[in-house]
Every structure is written in structure tokens, then in C-alpha cells.
Design a protein around this ligand. Structure first.
Ligand SMILES: C[S@@+](CC[C@H](N)C(=O)[O-])C[C@H]1O[C@@H](n2cnc3c(N)ncnc32)[C@H](O)[C@@H]1O
Length: 222
């Protein structure tokens, strides 16, 4: 289910329609559909997607003309992308100079045992619900974790952290400041838990592991 806050952030950060937008790691294409309905020309890509509206290609292998997109959006996908640097170069190649880059991410370096513990507790409370399933169930490296420290170790081992992502982008993109906020409620939990997560963040009891930033494609060839 597409999160309301993600949709608002993407729409508010993109240039106004009509504009050609690339969505990287689009999943089943829910955000892409919203953007298309708002008047954007959208190409959604994701190598693991089963949607006929999403092109099943990895970012580094994308074949599109240079400078042919006005913007790109990636929602919790760049931390998975391999090879990261070549993929970011390809992203830069297909975006025009001055194009907007909209990123929603997990700050893996901030994801600690307090965050994992609260998440596991909420998951346990919801285990009997009909839509319950494992996050990363499509990822063959994932196995259902038992403890907070196992989750933290898995995240740090398998996912790119924010600094690594920024480092891979900075050659081609002027990046705005990262803005942190809630994320755990979106990770196979429920929008109803957003307020509870925000309250814990405000009280200093869990870190704000969600992060958003907006960048601009620097002039010049990739
Ligand atoms: C956590 S999911 C997020 C999906 C969707 N953006 C969402 O918010 O529901 C990360 C997605 O990134 C995709 N992905 C992984 N490697 C990729 C790559 N090299 N290029 C494009 N997408 C990739 C995965 O297949 C997966 O669907």
C-alpha cells in the first residue's frame, strides 16, 4: 500500500507536470500510477516487479536516451541497488542537466536495536492478521530474524547506508540536506503506527531511521 506521506513528499518535490519521470525500484508501480494520473510521463523500472506497467530492468542496464528525463524518484530502493556506482552513473546519464532527484531512504547507520526491538514487538502483535508476511520475502538472502541484534546485523550487512548512497551520487548531483523522520511503521506494519513512532522519536526512545532528500543533476556529462 502506498504511504500517504511518501506520495505527498514525491509530488511536492517533483517539478510540476507535464514532466518525464523515472521511478527506480518501483515495486508493483503504485507510486508510478499516482504520478501518471497526476499528468507525468512515467517510466517505472524494477527488475523484480511482476507488474506489466513496470519495466523489469535494473538501473545500471536501463537503455534510454541521454538527458531524456526531467526527474527521478526512488523510494527505499537505492539501498538495494547493485552495482551502486555504475547505477548512479547511469541515472545521471539519463537525467537532463538540472533534473530533480527525489530520494526516500532508510538510514541504515541509524537503525539500532531500539528500532529493531520496537519493530519486532509491533510485528509480533500483528502476526495473526491476514496480510502478515515477512519483509524482504522476495530477497533470497533474507531469513526471518529472531532478535533485534540479528535484524541490525542483517541490515548493516546487506543494505547500502546513507553515506555510501550520497557518496555514489555526489559526483553528478547537488544533494540537499537529509531530513530524518519515521519509517518503521511503513515496514510491513501499519499507517496507524506512524503517530506512535513519531512520539517515540520525539522522546528519544527510537532513532528516526527514515530519511528524505532532494537533489539536482549537476550540469555536464556523466
Ligand atoms: C524495498 S523495495 C521498494 C519498492 C517500492 N519503491 C516501494 O516503496 O514499495 C526495493 C525495490 O528495489 C528494487 N531494486 C533492487 N535492485 C534494483 C536495481 N538495480 N534497479 C532498480 N530497482 C532495484 C527491488 O526489486 C525492490 O522492488
Amino acid at each position: 500500500m502506498l504511504d500517504d506521506a511518501v506520495r505527498s513528499f514525491a509530488v511536492a518535490s517533483l517539478p510540476p507536470p507535464p514532466a518525464r519521470v523515472l521511478e527506480v525500484g518501483a515495486g508493483e508501480g503504485e507510486l508510478a500510477l499516482v504520478l501518471a494520473c497526476a499528468g507525468y510521463e512515467v517510466l517505472a523500472i524494477d527488475p523484480a516487479s511482476r507488474s506489466e506497467h513496470v519495466r523489469p530492468v535494473a538501473l545500471h542496464a536501463l537503455r534510454e536516451p541521454p538527458g531524456s528525463f526531467d526527474a527521478a524518484v526512488a523510494v527505499v530502493s537505492l539501498h538495494h541497488v547493485e552495482p551502486l556506482r555504475d547505477s548512479c552513473r547511469r541515472l545521471a546519464e539519463v537525467l537532463r542537466d538540472g533534473a530533480t532527484l527525489v530520494l526516500d531512504e532508510i538510514d541504515v547507520a541509524r537503525f539500532d536495536e531500539r528500532a529493531a526491538g520496537w519493530w519486532l514487538e509491533q510485528r509480533g502483535l500483528r502476526r495473526d492478521e491476514p496480510h502478515w508476511h515477512d519483509p524482504h520475502r522476495h530477497d533470497p538472502r533474507w531469513h526471518a530474524p529472531g532478535t533485534p541484534s540479528e535484524i541490525v546485523a542483517w541490515m548493516r550487512h546487506h543494505l547500502h547506508d546513507l553515506g555510501t548512497i550520497q557518496g555514489a551520487l555526489v559526483e553528478w548531483f547537488e544533494l540537499g540536506p537529509p531530513v530524518h523522520g519515521p519509517y518503521l511503521y511503513r515496514w510491513e506494519l501499519s499507517p496507524e503506527l506512524r503517530g506512535a513512532e513519531e512520539a517515540l522519536i520525539a522522546a528519544g526512545r527510537v532513532p528516526a531511521v527514515g530519511v528524505r532528500l532532494v537533489g539536482t543533476r549537476r550540469p555536464g556529462r556523466a
